[in-house]
Write a protein that binds this ligand. Structure first.
Ligand SMILES: [Zn+2]
Length: 143
């Protein structure tokens, strides 16, 4: 099993209605990627689609992929437009991963040094950091 240090949240920077097929086509044909960009992608209705197993290395953040797992919501073109379903689904994916990789850190693509984009349009650790406690079986701290 590879060592996972980062659970990285992304946006596709496309409209909500963008299809997964078209995103995969873009990676392959426009960018020439041999692997997909994320392990899981979340549609506007909150449906989670797995694109690659945890064991696979995907193309989320250049230079950090061998130690990262990547999840993206479809959206985030100019702003944080996550639907309620997407907000909940991201939490579900991160919680599942934290239970498997309890020492990994939640972060956004934009939190890596040298990254010059807003992806995923919000602070992932600020919003989902409470999951560290949930994954460890502790109640969230209030206040
Ligand atoms: Zn990204």
């Amino acid at each position: 099993m590879r060592t996972i240090t980062h659970l990285v949240v992304h946006c596709t920077a496309t409209p909500h209605k963008t299809t997964i097929a078209s995103i995969k086509r873009y990676w392959k044909q426009a960018l020439g990627w041999k692997s997909v960009g994320y392990h899981k992608i979340i549609e506007a209705n909150g449906n989670i689609v797995q694109l690659a197993p945890d064991s696979a290395i995907t193309n989320g953040v250049r230079g950090h992929n061998s130690t990262s797992l990547h999840v993206s919501y479809i959206g985030g073109k100019d702003t944080d437009d996550r639907t309620i379903g997407q907000r909940q689904a991201i939490a579900g994916v991160l919680l599942e991963w934290l239970k498997k990789y309890p020492t990994a850190r939640i972060c956004g693509h934009r939190d890596f040094p040298g990254v010059n984009k807003a992806c995923p349009q919000f602070s992932a650790e600020k919003e989902y950091g409470y999951l560290y406690l949930t994954a460890a079986g502790k109640p969230p701290q209030v206040g």
